[in-house]
Design a protein around this ligand. Structure first.
Ligand SMILES: Nc1ncnc2c1ncn2[C@@H]1O[C@H](COP(=O)(O)OP(=O)(O)OP(=O)(O)O)[C@@H](O)[C@H]1O
Ligand SMILES: [Mg+2]
Length: 518
């Protein structure tokens, strides 16, 4: 606002002469002037024109100058009001200043006093306006900054709240001040129960608190005053221990410890999975021990035959030796007996070594497996059982099969389980066919174990691989054979299929990939 023409003045005075003189003087100075003969009209004029400056006489009939001042200030506190008093009315002038008049001039009004008062009013108005604009600007900026601050606080709160890990923050003295949703799920206490009411220690399982404290100050787990992936237990609301992995840090402000923050990862699911894996390993072993028991019985017979053969030949040889020096005729017989003893001993040794391999309780060991050798070993172990059950064995073994990467012992367990099931399915004898093939199109080796037995009822077919599904009489089957086969084959990235017709027989086929052949 530079030129005086931008300044609007409303002049209120009941004396016409004064109004005219002042109007003229002010207009000459360059102001835009509007005048009113009484307070009421003056106020109305101000409401429509919104002048920056009002000059009002104090003593007027009707609404006096002080009332005008008061009314105007109520609607627009920025308006500058100059009051005109008669000489000697100092008390009225003071009252006017108390009501925030910008100045007072006394009658008779001198030009100098008038312009000085107007100059001061203009200055006051301008600085007030600038201050107001500046305050408005500051207000706006403050609002924007607070909004930004609020947004960033909101964002951080969201991060903490939605973290998958439980987050627990403590102020000095260990009172909990941050406690997120995952923490609620871990220990079951609500925020209201915890914030400012509980301490960190109340969440740690009692026998773990000392260990955790010691770990936090030692530099063994992530450094001094820091803790990294430390496994411990929390204690939930109902007193149960919750396994967790904790990372934590002591917080510092001005070099002094000011609190702690802990991040807890729930280990319950992982522990459950670990238990399941352990259970599976236990089932695998259990199945093997049962198969071993059944094998041992038949192997005893299997070894007994060659052993009695060996005994007979040895007795014959002793008799020959006792007769005196060996003649040419006896030497040939002697040699033949020795060869037979060697053969039979070899047979026994093969059976025993197969049984030992099978019973070995070793951790799974992957290596190149010759599928035909595997089948051969299984046949050695079960031959006697087949003979006892009047089962004829037919094999179609493809020579030069590529090797498969696998655990010999586990795969042997699979084939033995399939043979045992086949034998059980042919109580009145039958034919067991074992074949092996390489399928170049799928790059898989298959082992099929087929029987001419009872077959599987269509309703049962979908359940045979389920643990503890058995149709056998109590004491004859537990229902772990096929689930074991399934688990082992899957572990080898293979598949096992079954097809069966009731009354005709069943075939189980294991297919193993040869991509990882070495
Ligand atoms: N070759 C087969 N012919 C007919 N039924 C079979 C054959 N193989 C498996 N089954 C059926 O599948 C069921 C489950 O077999 P699985 O080998 O898992 O357990 P099981 O033989 O009953 O007991 P376990 O093997 O633990 O001693 C058997 O009880 C039987 O009903
Ligand atoms: Mg079985």
């Amino acid at each position: 606002m530079t030129g005086l023409a931008d300044w609007k003045i409303v002049l209120i005075d009941d004396e016409e002469d004064i109004r005219d003189v002042l109007t003229m003087a002010l207009e000459d100075a360059g102001y835009e002037v509007h005048s009113a003969p009484d307070g009421q009209t003056g106020i109305r004029l101000c409401q429509t024109l919104s002048p920056q400056i009002v000059i009002t006489d104090i003593r007027m009939p009707g609404i006096d100058g002080l009332q005008v001042l008061e009314t105007l200030k109520q609607t627009d506190s920025d308006v500058e009001v100059i009051v005109v008093t008669a000489f000697g009315e100092m008390n009225l002038a003071i009252r006017a200043l108390q009501l925030d008049a910008s100045d007072f001039i006394t009658k008779p009004i001198s030009d100098e006093a008038l312009h000085l008062a107007l100059q001061r009013a203009r200055q006051r108005y301008t600085s007030k306006k600038q201050l107001k604009d500046y305050t408005d600007l500051l207000e706006k900026e403050k609002a924007a900054t607070s909004q930004q601050l609020l947004k960033s606080i909101g964002f951080q709160r969201n991060l903490i709240e939605n973290s998958m890990d439980g987050i627990l923050g403590c102020a000095e003295g260990d009172a909990v001040v941050i406690y997120n949703h995952s923490m609620e799920q871990l220990v079951g206490y609500s925020k209201a129960e915890v914030i400012h009411r509980m301490t960190l220690e109340q969440f740690i399982a009692p026998d773990e608190a000392a260990r955790l404290k010691e770990a936090l100050v030692s530099d063994r787990y992530g450094g001094k005053n820091r803790l990294f992936l430390f496994e411990t237990y929390l204690q939930d609301k109902s007193g149960r221990k919750v396994p967790v992995q904790v990372s934590a840090a002591v917080l510092f402000a001005n070099g002094q410890p000011s609190g702690r923050v802990c991040f807890f990862r729930d280990l319950r699911e992982i522990r459950k999975l670990e238990r399941e894996v352990a259970d599976q390993a236990r089932i695998l072993h259990q199945d093997k021990m049962m198969s071993l028991g059944r094998l041992a019985a038949s192997v005893v017979h299997e070894i007994n035959n060659p052993l009695s053969g060996i005994l007979n030949y040895l007795r014959l040889m002793i008799r020959i030796v006792n007769r005196g020096p060996l003649g040419e005729k006896h030497r040939a017989k002697f040699k033949k007996y020795l060869e037979l003893v060697e053969n039979e001993t070899h047979r026994c040794s093969r059976i025993i070594s197969s049984l030992l391999t099978f019973s070995r309780m070793s951790p799974p060991e992957f290596g190149p497996v010759q599928i035909n050798e595997l089948i051969d070993r299984c046949i050695i172990l079960s031959r006697h059982k087949l003979e006892l059950s009047s089962i004829e064995l037919v094999t179609f073994i493809e020579t030069d099969l590529p090797t498969v990467m696998g655990d010999f012992n586990q795969l042997q367990q699979c084939v033995i389980n399939l043979i045992f099931n086949a034998v059980d399915a042919m109580p009145d004898g039958g034919t067991l066919t074992i074949d092996s093939h390489y399928h170049p199109d799928t790059k898989k080796v298959s082992i099929a174990v087929k029987d001419s037995g009872l077959g599987i009822a269509p309703d049962d077919l979908a359940h045979v691989f389920e643990p503890f599904f058995t149709t056998k009489k109590e004491g004859f089957g537990v229902g772990l054979g096929l689930p074991t086969v399934y688990g082992i084959v899957e572990h080898h990235n293979g598949v096992v299929d079954v097809s069966s017709r009731q009354g005709e027989g069943t075939v189980f086929t294991i297919q193993l990939p040869v991509t990882n052949v070495c």
